[in-house]
Design a protein around this ligand. Structure first.
Ligand code: ATP
Ligand code: MG
Length: 244
């Protein structure tokens, strides 16, 4: 199988903070890659660099063979991001937000209508389509944000805490959708819900202080940490070496 993403010594320094510190790894095509770590571990910074939203301080990565530092425009056409802070236009309606995204990707009128209708149906957004987005509840704003990311049928999808604030029904719906997407999309998912990462991911990477602490399937990480559960394994890797 081909690599969808190859990361080579990627580093991001903010002032004196080494947010991502010399990370190297590969992600295969159609892999669902879970990115875990405590608050401030560097997950969002890594995703922002891979999706060309922020430039690395050093190092590089290729996505489908294109370099994030040398060919960011080509990278951008193949990917989509659902950011941690939802990126919707608050004064536009649900439908208008989706149409705006379709426009960003250069869809013609006909394709815009087809894809917008498809996303509204897939995410059960029909009752809200004429409502201004800022008047939606937080969970529905999140669903809209993910629908906007998916409208372009990206080959690589970044989901930064997609289920944050969703109720259990919404989370289960999204899990089912992610399971379906896995068939044709490479997905990088961050979450603080460990059972979610365990259930959905092919491999999981645990980050701490900008570095990789462990990488493997949930089962492999449990065996490596020699613990009963994945949650215990996670705690083991993020506290390993701490004196507290
Ligand atoms: N724009 C920025 N300017 C300065 N420091 C930043 C910036 N963005 C992130 N950082 C710092 O980089 C580190 C990593 O942050 P990041 O947002 O990548 O963590 P995270 O793993 O996504 O955390 P969380 O689980 O809370 O979302 C933190 O110490 C954070 O304060
Ligand atoms: Mg984050």
């Amino acid at each position: 199988m081909n690599d969808a993403i190859t990361i080579n010594a990627l580093t991001k320094i903010y002032g004196t903070k080494n947010a991502v510190n010399n990370v190297s790894l590969s992600i295969q095509e159609r892999e669902l890659f879970g990115l875990l770590g405590v608050n401030g571990a560097g997950k969002t910074t890594l995703i922002k660099m891979l999706s060309c939203l922020t430039k690395p301080t050093s190092g590089d990565a290729t996505l489908l063979g294109k370099s994030i530092t040398k060919e960011p425009e080509q990278v951008r056409t193949a990917i989509a991001v659902s950011p941690q802070e939802t990126a919707i236009a608050p004064d536009l309606t649900v439908r208008e937000n989706l149409e705006l995204m379709a426009g960003v990707h250069g869809f013609n009128k006909e394709k815009t209508k087809i894809k917008t209708d498809e996303m509204i149906a897939q995410f059960s957004l029909h009752p809200y389509e004429k409502q201004r987005s800022k008047t939606l509840s937080g969970g529905w704003q999140r669903k809209l944000s993910i629908a906007m990311a998916l409208i372009s049928e990206p080959r690589i999808l970044f989901l930064d805490e997609p289920t944050l604030g969703l109720d259990i029904i919404g989370r289960r719906e999204l899990w089912a959708l992610i399971e379906k997407l896995k068939e044709k999309t490479t997905i990088i998912l961050t979450t603080h819900y460990l059972e979610e990462a365990e259930a959905l991911s092919n491999r999981i990477c645990i980050m701490k202080d900008g570095q990789i602490k462990a990488i493997g399937s949930a089962q492999e990480l449990i065996e490596k940490a020699n613990t009963e559960s994945f949650e215990d394994a996670f705690v083991y890797f993020v506290t390993e070496g701490d004196t507290r």
